[in-house]
Design a protein around this ligand. Sequence first.
Ligand SMILES: Cc1cc2nc3c(=O)[nH]c(=O)nc-3n(C[C@H](O)[C@H](O)[C@H](O)COP(=O)(O)OP(=O)(O)OC[C@H]3O[C@@H](n4cnc5c(N)ncnc54)[C@H](O)[C@@H]3O)c2cc1C
Length: 459
Amino acid sequence: MKNYDIIIVGAGASGVFLSYELTKRDNKAKVLMIDKGAPLEKRQCPIKKGAKSCLKCTPCHIMNGYGGAGTLSDGKYNITTQFGGDLHNYVGTQEALELMEYVDDVLCSMGGADAKLYSTASSELKTTALRNNLHLLQAKVRHLGTDRNVKILGRVFDYCSSKVDTMFYTTIQDVVKKDDGTFEITTDGGEVMSCKDLVLATGRSGSKWISSICDKMGIGQKRNRVDIGVRVELPAEVFKHITDDVYESKIVYKTDKYNDLVRTFCMNPYGEVVAENTNGIVTVNGHSYADPALRTENTNFALLVSNKFTEPFKDSNEYGESIARLSNMLGGGVLLQRFGDLIKGRRSSTRRMEKCFTRPTLQATPGDLSLVIPKRQLDNIIEMIYALDKIAPGTANEDTLLYGVEVKFYNSKVEVDENLETKVRGMYALGDGSGVTHSLSQASASGVHVGRLLAEKYK
Ligand SMILES: Cc1cc2nc3c(=O)[nH]c(=O)nc-3n(C[C@H](O)[C@H](O)[C@H](O)COP(=O)(O)OP(=O)(O)OC[C@H]3O[C@@H](n4cnc5c(N)ncnc54)[C@H](O)[C@@H]3O)c2cc1C
């Protein structure tokens, strides 16, 4: 049986930055990082190689493998505690911001320094938005772009390779705490390995798994939120005055009809819409490249409605999954509808799409989102589109494309302390898998935080 001091399950942003910090700091720990996905150089979504629609690969290249869900993403690192997770509630606001700044320094030292750092702080946009009842959240954002992001991850991997052993295409199935305080973990191939400290950094794709481990070990979890919405795609000119200024604008709006909060999320100027497969359910997302040669003519962003549930309902993710499954059932994957068709109460069809001036960047099935998204969320989204039209005229154009559904699943919040350690001593939960973070910056920062603690322990 292989024995390690530290085993990290999951090689996403949190696991990668944990491995970076352990490599950088003087310590004697013997470390292994395991991921169910592919190594960096093998990660490619079949859609990029010409597949017409999502092939439901297991595991999904978008979500799994070295760098995790962040690898083929747009690589937007938002330095803020206003969104992207609650790390500040565990480590303190100052520390959380410092950790995110540190992550940014590391990214810059590995080749990200050329990437522009945007800020919403002094933006005129904030005033214009406020005049229209739209609230712009504050953040600094470093946009790496998918291409640069992959190169940086390659350098981080090389940097850590002398210190951290890696295993890919390996899923951890079980965890047992032994009487001597060590952990034994079992892989899908039946191999058993042991370690003194176990870090669960399994991201969103590992949400069900981490929940089952917590249930088994008596670790508390809370789950009551899921965000549901659509991905909007429109000609880049419509948002150019905003994206040139702040790159990504996180705008929140309270609807008149229901008093619900709707927000823009993950804005990708000149980007592409992509399908993502989480545990067999296909939803929609987006990214963009830093290289101007790879740009498209469109900008895309999500419009999301937050849903928080109260007793007796506990499984908010199941609610989101049911809606996503409905769109998969009707569209065989992602559904696409022109805003004009939605407003006129008719489906989009191949014939109607042929006359559409906005060219979709994702091959999706033209259909009717009102058959999938509940009325309340759909009304909220439509109201927000009209609100955005006031600061970005053209948003409510009939050829604006809506892809559905976009679902932001939130992992159950695992009960952890300020060190992100569970009540099972020596077992840590960090990144998006712990429910503490929902973003690259904060997930990476959580990895650095635990990396420092463990480096000290094994000094
Ligand atoms: C298309 C897309 C675009 C995005 N764009 C942005 C963006 O621009 N900015 C931003 O801030 N955020 C973005 N996000 C979200 C961001 O990627 C995540 O917040 C971040 O990756 C979380 O890091 P993590 O380490 O917690 O988890 P992940 O990156 O999800 O990594 C978890 C890893 O654990 C592995 N794993 C899970 N279970 C097991 C198991 N049982 N055994 C072995 N391995 C396991 C998975 O294979 C995965 O590689 C995007 C996400 C997607 C999908």
